[in-house]
Design a protein around this ligand. Sequence first.
Ligand SMILES: C[S@@+](CC[C@H](N)C(=O)[O-])C[C@H]1O[C@@H](n2cnc3c(N)ncnc32)[C@H](O)[C@@H]1O
Length: 161
Amino acid sequence: MEEYNQSVDNRIYDTAFVKNLFNDMSKTYDRVNYITSFGFSKRWRKQFVNEVTLSEGDVVADILTGMGECWEFSLNQIGQTGKIIALDFSEGMIQHAKARKDKLRGENIQILCEDVFNSSISDSSVNAVICGFGIKTFSNQQLQKLSIEINRILKPGDIFL
Ligand SMILES: C[S@@+](CC[C@H](N)C(=O)[O-])C[C@H]1O[C@@H](n2cnc3c(N)ncnc32)[C@H](O)[C@@H]1O
């Protein structure tokens, strides 16, 4: 039983497993998220993004962006001169993110379909890194790697939330 639990525990951190999971869930992710949080998920995202003090023209990396659920709150702060770099490795989620980008007329949103551990985001290039509901699918070891990656892309002294 313990062995079984361990193999299930490890599987939930497996990259291919997580990617397939989100590809499958992409059809209903936003609806399920909204319903199971009794509508609070939108408010929670707004509250968390508003904790980051952004300025007009800032560059924000929204890692594990999903369908871009956090964008509207950052866009309010960074304006037309700022930029969001939105990264996710699930093609399913990215497809919905692209539709959201079109709807928002988000010409200043760059979507990257990439693994966060192997991203093309340049060193010291962003003013803030945000991640909504993202890190729960990572093991402690992966979280350590993620913190190194976040530190790499952030400009010195800037913020991760
Ligand atoms: C729970 S969703 C969060 C989506 C969104 N940020 C939100 O506020 O709802 C987690 C996202 O992380 C993505 N993800 C998980 N591991 C990843 C990795 N190693 N690289 C890129 N994206 C990853 C999944 O595809 C999924 O879209």
